[in-house]
Design a protein around this ligand. Sequence first.
Ligand code: SF4
Ligand code: SF4
Length: 298
Amino acid sequence: MKEIVIISGKGGTGKTSIAASFAAIAKGKAVLADCDVDAADLHLILKPEIRRRTEFRSGHKAIIRKNRCTGCGKCAQVCRFDALHDGTTWDAYPEVRYSIDPVACEGCGVCVRVCPADAIDFPEETCGEWYISDTRFGAMVHAKLGIAAENSGKLVTLVRSEAKRIAQEEGADYLLIDGSPGIGCPVIASLTAADFALIVTEPTVSGDHDLRRIAGLAKQLGVPAMVCVNKWDINPAATREIKALAQGHGISFAGLVRYDRAVTEAQRAEKAVVEYCAEGVAMDIQGVWTAVLDAINT
Ligand code: SF4
Ligand code: SF4
């Protein structure tokens, strides 16, 4: 079983459209993982039917138990994140003056340890949910991170490892991972130890810059990668530059995907592009898939 990650240096390059089309082409042979947990959208095309839903818990938040707090202020003295403030008077407990700003609290737990009155609870936080689902192309693991929730790297690792477990159980040929954009913690979690990465970029100045960063990351992590340029024909000169840049990084070219209104029409119809049409952009994506498989098999 080969783990193939589809990534991009930034969001909005068409990475998910290509991932959905790969899922359609590899129908029955692949398990899918949407590791773009900060902005998951593969489900909009694949319409998964949720089989299992699980809370994602990660990190802790401090909460003062008002009936135990004596107002000594020791917690505020040690909090390095300025999350504890005095000046709050609780109606029922006029002697208590301290409160915790839940947004500022980083869950380090120091205040819990210093509180002489054992007045600070430290429960685990629910940061989102993750799902095991069925789609028309195969099983899919995906997630929803809560608003302003952190630890997306940990959630990506969870989604990916569950998808891998299912792929191994089912004897799938491929684990197709729609990776997170950028070069941060979630994309490192998507990419580390994968068998292959397809970098999707676009012919713009920022596309060139983003390719440098993501190609550097793949190289650093030792993951073989190929590049494809999406909407290459909106700027053929920039496409040539990206091609040269990829060669400079020792990264092979997987192909060019043209700009085509069929991509938007397919999204509106909640279909993968290769399901929606057989010509034009669909043929380009099919060509990229073939190039990726050729590279993996050699
Ligand atoms: S250290 Fe404990 S008792 Fe003292 S102010 Fe903080 S919560 Fe209250
Ligand atoms: S857990 Fe850490 S960050 Fe949160 S209030 Fe306590 S000391 Fe501050």
